[in-house]
Design a protein around this ligand. Structure first.
Ligand code: C2E
Ligand code: MG
Ligand code: MG
Length: 385
């Protein structure tokens, strides 16, 4: 409903939280819709203190569920509350905040409108995460990252390109999945370092491919996180890589997820147009899982939509997913967009998708993500056939 109504909601929320706490307590807004309540002068007995805190948290939760009158319209909202008790332990203020945050995420994961206390199991998760993050700081400089390549094929099953998927080969943990470390990297500026490394490695590979008849037509898709895309110098970095490697930019494709357009749509569109002017391709990854909205889709200069693998996976068992996939394909065609399905695992998936007019495919049926040597062996095998 716009920033002004958002501000009214934040003000109303503040007042309601204020009415649930005492004069000695502190209420702060850390930014966005994140509030912190510091409760002091609690009972020295842990059980009693816990009880008091639980009561206050519950009071806040309930008070925030009552309808809001904003600009004479009624709105509903709810909160996710995380609680951490400071019990004479040696924790820093930032650790304490991290703990409450973790508990808050648990409240969110449970479906929201809930209160969760920080506990020992969460503590372990926090520590594991912190250790992983500390190690990730050295991953690029110690050359522990590696690109894997997953083949993409057309409807005749001829290779048309690959998606570059990063892997972290950790000296003691072994291979760490990007599902684990990319979100971690995204929370700090590490994602920029990782993203830069990936982009440069992909460009180097494209140069190698451009030199051979068999591979020069292949495109390489690179995943770019929204934080990376939003860097003011992102465009310049891509541009200078293209120049430095004398690349045919049309071989490079950037995969973005819908989160990139959540804020500043206008700015994102300007950047996308600039990339298109360089002839870099743009693909919308995991389409259908996020905030997919027709109104933004028509504004975005995308070249391709990537149907999320969850729909493809459930297509053979759930008729609704068939309808979903068909709708995405038809819509893509109406917008003159290319469409690729990911997570194609079986012949049944392939034939259903083909019937619906899908144009390109990626999935275990054609090949898993593999190191470059194996990827090129896969191409040679295809050439023999
Ligand atoms: P994504 O971009 O949607 O990548 C597709 C994921 O699905 C890959 O997981 C791939 O291995 C997996 N996949 C491919 N075909 C199949 C299939 O037939 N069945 C099943 N079950 N899975 C399939 P991966 O490599 O673990 O990557 C996970 C996610 O990590 C990616 O999702 C992407 O969001 C992120 N990611 C990977 N590399 C990078 C990167 O270099 N930068 C950024 N920012 N994110 C990356
Ligand atoms: Mg992707
Ligand atoms: Mg995807």
């Amino acid at each position: 409903m716009g920033h002004d109504v958002g501000d009214l909601l934040l003000t109303a929320t503040t007042k309601r939280i204020q009415s649930c706490i005492r004069e000695v307590d502190t209420l702060a807004c850390l930014g966005g819709d994140d509030f912190v309540v510091l409760l002091t002068e609690l009972d020295t007995q842990v059980e009693k203190a816990t009880q008091t805190v639980a009561l206050i948290a519950e009071k806040i939760r309930i008070s925030l569920t009552a309808p809001y009158q904003l600009n004479s319209k009624e709105y509903l909202s709810s909160s996710s509350i995380g609680v951490s008790l400071y019990l004479d332990k040696v924790v820093t203020d930032s650790d304490l905040l991290k703990q409450t945050e973790m508990a808050m995420y648990r409240a969110k994961e449970s479906g929201g409108n809930a209160v969760r206390f920080f506990n020992a199991e969460m503590q372990l998760a926090v520590e594991t995460r912190a250790a992983l993050e500390a190690d990730l700081r050295h991953a690029v400089s110690e050359q522990q990252l590696q690109l894997y390549y997953q083949i993409q094929v057309d409807s005749e099953q001829h290779p048309i390109g690959a998606e570059a998927l990063v892997r972290w080969i950790h000296p003691t943990r072994g291979m760490v999945s990007p599902v684990q470390f990319i979100p971690l990297a995204e929370e700090s500026s590490l994602i920029l370092e990782v993203g830069d490394w990936v982009m440069e490695a992909a460009c180097r590979q494209l140069v190698v491919w451009s030199k051979s008849e068999q591979t020069k037509h292949l495109t390489l898709a690179v995943n770019v996180s929204s934080k990376q895309f939003k860097q003011p110098d992102f465009l310049e970095r891509v541009k200078s890589l293209i120049h430095a490697y004398e690349l045919d930019a049309s071989r490079l494709k950037i995969e973005l997820t819908e989160t990139v357009v959540l804020n500043d749509v206008t700015e994102v569109i300007v950047k996308m147009h600039a990339l298109k002017a360089l002839r870099v391709g743009l693909s919308m990854d995991d389409f259908g899982t996020g905030y997919s909205s027709l109104s933004y889709l028509k504004q975005l200069p995308m070249d391709q939509i990537k149907i999320d693998q969850s729909f493809v996976h459930d297509m053979t068992s759930d008729q609704n997913d068939v309808v979903m996939v068909k709708t995405i394909i038809d819509m893509a065609k109406n917008f003159h967009l290319n469409v690729i399905a990911e997570g194609v695992e079986t012949e049944a998936h392939l034939s259903l998708l083909k019937q619906m007019g899908c144009m390109a495919y990626q999935g275990y049926l054609f090949g898993k993500p593999v190191p470059i040597e194996q990827f090129e062996a896969l191409l040679r095998k295809d050439a023999v056939i």
